[in-house]
Design a protein around this ligand. Sequence first.
Ligand SMILES: NC(=O)c1ccc[n+]([C@@H]2O[C@H](COP(=O)([O-])OP(=O)(O)OC[C@H]3O[C@@H](n4cnc5c(N)ncnc54)[C@H](OP(=O)(O)O)[C@@H]3O)[C@@H](O)[C@H]2O)c1
Length: 197
Amino acid sequence: MTKTVYYTASTLNGFLADKHHSLDWLFAVDTAGSPDIAAFMDSAGVFVEGSSTYEWILKAENLLAEPAKWQQYYGSKPTYVFTSRTLPVPDGADVRFVSGDVAGVLEEITAAAGDLNVWVVGGGDLAGQFLDCGALNELVVTYAPAALTSGAPLLPRNVGVDSLVLRSAEKQGEFAVLTYGVRGREGSTQSAEGGTP
Ligand SMILES: NC(=O)c1ccc[n+]([C@@H]2O[C@H](COP(=O)([O-])OP(=O)(O)OC[C@H]3O[C@@H](n4cnc5c(N)ncnc54)[C@H](OP(=O)(O)O)[C@@H]3O)[C@@H](O)[C@H]2O)c1
């Protein structure tokens, strides 16, 4: 059954990146025993991200100049990028630009995932948009032992304690991995009906 999962690394105090979109704080963490991102990628049929995240990936991996790397990472799985702009695409990459309400493209995104999951890569506001319309089933946050004074927020929303259910808390190397189900949406296929549970 397809799940929509917001899976991300975060600082202890809830930032995805610093104010310059740098992940240096994350790459400084010792990777021994760290979360198995490759396995998580295998469980996803579709990647969903905002334009800052997409542009960061393009630049960090030099994907416009080395498009073959895109296939190595994503294979033929589609990436949906939320943006109001026209952005470049690595040769041969299945990148689909969408904009506006998440609810308006949810059915298309879910269908594209097939039997696999939808990975909401980030940023935090886009994950919030999925949560707002009842489209998110799960949050998996891998907390690094680092903090920042400012940057891109993990989830810029008011989320009451009745919205999320802690499913597991694990030590994976230097990371604390917390998995939350979204109350009322655990194990269900997503729909845009009903708003935040
Ligand atoms: N720590 C981690 O594991 C992790 C994970 C994910 C991301 N990150 C990093 O965190 C940062 C996130 O950046 P961010 O907070 O700016 O978030 P983002 O979601 O990557 O990008 C936000 C932008 O996406 C576009 N967008 C979002 N929702 C839209 C909608 N419904 N319709 C049309 N366009 C929409 C808008 O830009 P335009 O319309 O102008 O294009 C918006 O300014 C990046 O640096 C990324 O690399 C880190």
